[in-house]
Design a protein. Structure first.
Length: 373
């Protein structure tokens, strides 16, 4: 009997050890920072309409893959809000130094729905006993930390119609109109209560809902929260609804645009001559927080970016000009990713950008390999 117990124990120890090694290898693999993974991913998804890539180098079309395909932008869409903010600041319609009570942001915040972005932004603030921050800091948090609460608050302050008018100014006709990001999370809960549906019926109704109605509901919920914010209990209930199926619907219905649209926007940001100097005075500190790093200041004239992600999406829109005058614009959108793909793309995207910006051999190889049929 003791021998049997010893054998079983040994088997269990071995099994646990094997699982531990497998888990360690898995963790190591997904955390690996490898620009070649991005290259291989693009190659393998040339025929996949859920992957779109546009890269320009010194006004030359370097890489083009499904550039007209509209895909969910996730937080990359916040570039449009940043432009609207800078324009209104330049026009004197808003005061970037106006103090915003942090409590004003709470109606637009549902915990655990933004990957900890809003909490991370709050944690790094040097409040020194204050309970408010300048409006400019709210905009900074929208871009640098990707706070959804800050984004929806800015939509409220700037006016959603004005924000969407920016799309017309930029001549990106295929870009879907913006709507509040956080309030859309509450649509399933609203729908279930409104029509007395089961969770399964709610999911079906949500999938069948017309996009126009979906946007209208998101806007109406957003406006209602200004007067009647959710309680902690109501926020917890909304969060409980968000299983993977509901998250997928939310992700799929995020604002869409093409990499072709965003390359044109990035060109305008990179040129420094499309927007006025007054606009850039407020836009650059928000969009180009990369330049706060002294190492970036050594070799870059300017650079800005905004990425976005959900459990199924990874997007990036980035621009830069180095001190030699070389200009780069990169737009990368991917949808319907599995967990491994999403994590590996996220962990490798920064090194991919750096290699493209600094390694001529890599640039040339990329152009050759990705232009081959």
């Amino acid at each position: 009997m003791r021998k049997l117990i010893w054998v079983i124990g040994s088997v269990l120890v071995c099994a646990v050890s094997v699982l531990g090694i497998v888990f360690w290898k898995f963790q190591k693999e997904i955390k690996k920072d490898d620009p070649e993974y991005i290259v291989q991913f693009i190659k393998e998804h040339k025929e996949d309409k859920n992957v779109s890539v546009a890269i320009q180098y010194n006004q030359q079309h370097w890489v083009e893959l499904n550039t007209k395909e509209p895909l969910p932008l996730a937080s990359t869409v916040k570039i449009i809000v940043a432009i609207a903010y800078a324009q209104q600041a330049a026009d004197g319609r808003i005061n970037p130094q106006q103090q915003v009570d942090l409590k004003e942001l709470e109606p637009f915040y549902i915990p655990k729905t933004d990957g900890g972005a809003h909490e991370a932004w709050l944690a790094q603030l040097d409040l020194q006993g204050m309970e408010s921050v300048p409006l400019s800091e709210v905009a900074n948090g929208m871009i640098a930390y990707s706070s959804n609460a800050n984004t929806d608050y800015l939509m409220h302050i700037l006016g959603l119609q004005y924000v969407n008018d920016v799309l017309t100014q930029l001549a990106v006709k295929e870009h879907e109109p913006l709507y509040p990001i956080v309030s859309a999370i509450y649509i399933p809960t609203q729908l279930m209560e409104e029509k007395s549906l089961t969770k399964k019926e709610t999911l079906t109704a949500l999938r069948d809902m017309d996009m126009a109605e979906y946007r209208e509901r998101a806007v109406a919920i957003h406006e209602n929260w200004l007067e009647h914010p959710l309680t902690k209990e109501e926020k917890a209930k909304a969060l409980k609804m968000l299983n993977r199926d509901f998250q997928k619907v939310w992700s799929d219905r995020l604002i869409r645009a093409s990499t072709d649209n965003y390359i044109s926007i990035l060109e305008k940001l990179n040129s420094k001559n499309y927007f006025s100097e007054d606009v850039h005075k407020y836009l650059d500190p928000v969009m180009e927080q990369l330049m706060l790093n002294p190492k970036n200041q050594e070799w870059l004239k300017h650079a800005g970016q905004k990425g976005g992600s959900t459990a199924f999406v990874l997007t990036l829109a980035a621009y830069a000009e180095d001190k030699k005058g070389n200009q780069t614009e990169i737009a990368f959108f991917a949808n319907d990713l599995n967990t491994m793909e999403q994590l590996k793309l996220s962990n490798s995207m920064n090194s991919f950008q750096m290699k493209f910006l600094t390694d001529e051999g890599f640039r040339m190889r990329l152009k050759k390999e990705l232009s081959e049929s």
